[in-house]
Design a protein around this ligand. Structure first.
Ligand SMILES: *[C@@H]1O[C@H](CO)[C@@H](O)[C@H](O)[C@H]1NC(C)=O
Ligand SMILES: *[C@@H]1O[C@H](CO)[C@@H](O)[C@H](O)[C@H]1NC(C)=O
Ligand SMILES: *[C@@H]1O[C@H](CO)[C@@H](O)[C@H](O)[C@H]1NC(C)=O
Ligand SMILES: *[C@@H]1O[C@H](CO)[C@@H](O)[C@H](O)[C@H]1NC(C)=O
Length: 375
């Protein structure tokens, strides 16, 4: 029996930014084509912390909650607005902050989601259909899917899915899987999402769970009525990969496997093409990475950080299915960290905030912004 890694964000469930103006997804139009020209800028959070939940909508990025140096949780939210380059702060709902401050910590399943409405700068809460902790949040353009997570029952992993539309109406659904699964997730803003890999509980409902790397794949569609179907099996089951999608190309990189004696960190990249409905593995990361920070920026998928020492980005181009040459070490992180909060604003500005530094001994408040925006 394997024990699942719980390096999961305590506040992942609590934050969801909504924007009533639905941006028309044109990923490439707004992005500088040469990653060498992406501009770096530094900033600071109002309070240094790690395990931050990050979300974005409209021109806003939100960094909510987190774990402080004195080993308590905070309910603070740092809010950044891209076009004015201004920071402000707010607080998560009190229910949520007291729950996250409780001794049950990361594992406590809740139903409450804090919603920030960017159109009028106001907060509300939303109730999910099934309580769970640390679900995956997939941006599908016109809808957001909140997929799976850790449940409080003997299944241990939840198969529940909540699709949330722009009026914050919830459509409840379920993954069609053989075993409950905690997978990697990626969403293409045109309305398709993938949930695959990660781990599954092969003895759900029994006293002793059996967690194994999973090959199950679910395809989520939300361009019309939400739908979930089974997709081709994940070719190299493993835990801890980074995932993101652009142009109907879903990219999963890094992660780890368990052997009898060891944990082996991977440099493998698996690519699913919506057009061909199949997997391929055209290239590898420059280095093995576990839990890399992974995001789509225009046509690119960037991998950075994770449990590695390099500060360099691996930038994958979804048009050529290759990595962009990065022999000039640009873009690169300034401070290597783990358990940061990260998000992309307007499809073109990557923000990496907070996290643990000095081998996890200290939390940081430093923020790194990588600006690929043309405007
Ligand atoms: C932990 O640190 C925060 C921020 O500095 C402070 O507000 C809070 O009172 C501290 N809590 C404890 C238990 O020391
Ligand atoms: C903000 O806008 C949302 C959606 O239009 C609305 O439901 C909410 O009541 C508004 N909040 C405030 C404080 O005006
Ligand atoms: C997929 O995973 C299941 C459960 O572990 C296993 O029985 C099956 O052989 C796997 N299929 C492939 C093609 O690897
Ligand atoms: C880590 O945090 C402790 C406690 O706040 C502080 O005393 C120490 O100087 C920090 N270490 C580094 C290397 O910043």
């Amino acid at each position: 029996m394997l024990v699942p890694s719980l390096r999961l964000c305590v506040a992942a469930l609590c934050l969801f930014a909504s924007s009533t103006a639905v941006p028309v997804p044109d990923d490439s139009a707004n992005v500088l084509d040469n990653p060498l020209n992406w501009q770096f800028q530094g900033a600071s959070l109002s309070v240094a912390r790690s395990r931050i939940a990050a979300a974005s909508a409209g021109h806003y990025a939100l960094f909510g909650g987190g774990y402080l140096q004195n080993e308590t949780y905070t309910d603070i939210v740092d809010i950044y607005h891209r076009t004015t380059n201004k920071w402000s702060t707010a607080h998560l709902s009190s229910t949520r902050s007291s729950v996250s401050a409780g001794s049950v910590g990361d594992r406590y399943p809740v139903t409450t989601v804090d919603v920030y409405d960017t159109s009028n700068d106001s907060w509300s809460t939303l109730q999910l259909t099934v309580p769970r902790a640390s679900p995956k949040i997939i941006n599908l353009g016109s809808q957001t899917a909140i997929v799976g997570g850790l449940s409080g029952d003997l299944q241990y992993l939840s198969s529940a899915v909540d699709f949330i539309d722009h009026d914050l109406k919830i459509t409840a659904a379920k993954l069609d899987v053989n075993y409950p699964q905690y997978g990697f997730a990626a969403g293409d803003r045109s309305g398709t999402g993938l949930f695959t890999g990660g781990y599954e509980n092969q003895k759900p409902g029994e006293r002793f769970n059996d967690f194994q790397a999973s090959n199950q794949t679910s395809i989520l569609k939300a361009s019309g009525k939400p739908e979930i179907s089974r997709g081709p099996l994940f070719p190299d089951p493993r835990w801890g990969a980074g995932s993101a999608a652009a142009n109907g190309v879903f990219v999963f990189g890094g992660g780890h496997k368990f052997t009898e004696t060891d944990t082996v960190v991977s440099d493998r990249v698996d690519v699913f093409s919506l057009k061909t409905n199949s997997w391929c593995s055209p290239v590898s990361l420059s280095t093995a990475r576990d839990y890399p920070v992974t995001h789509a920026i225009g046509d690119y998928i960037v991998f950075v950080d994770g449990t590695v020492l390099t500060k360099d980005f691996d930038v994958f181009d979804t048009r050529t299915l290759k990595f962009v040459k990065n022999d000039k070490h640009k873009p690169a992180l300034y401070t290597h960290r783990t358990d940061a909060g990260s998000t992309v604003v307007d499809d073109c500005l990557l923000i990496i905030a907070g996290g643990d530094v000095y081998q996890g001994r200290n939390v940081t408040g430093s923020v790194e912004l990588f600006n690929a925006c043309k405007h």
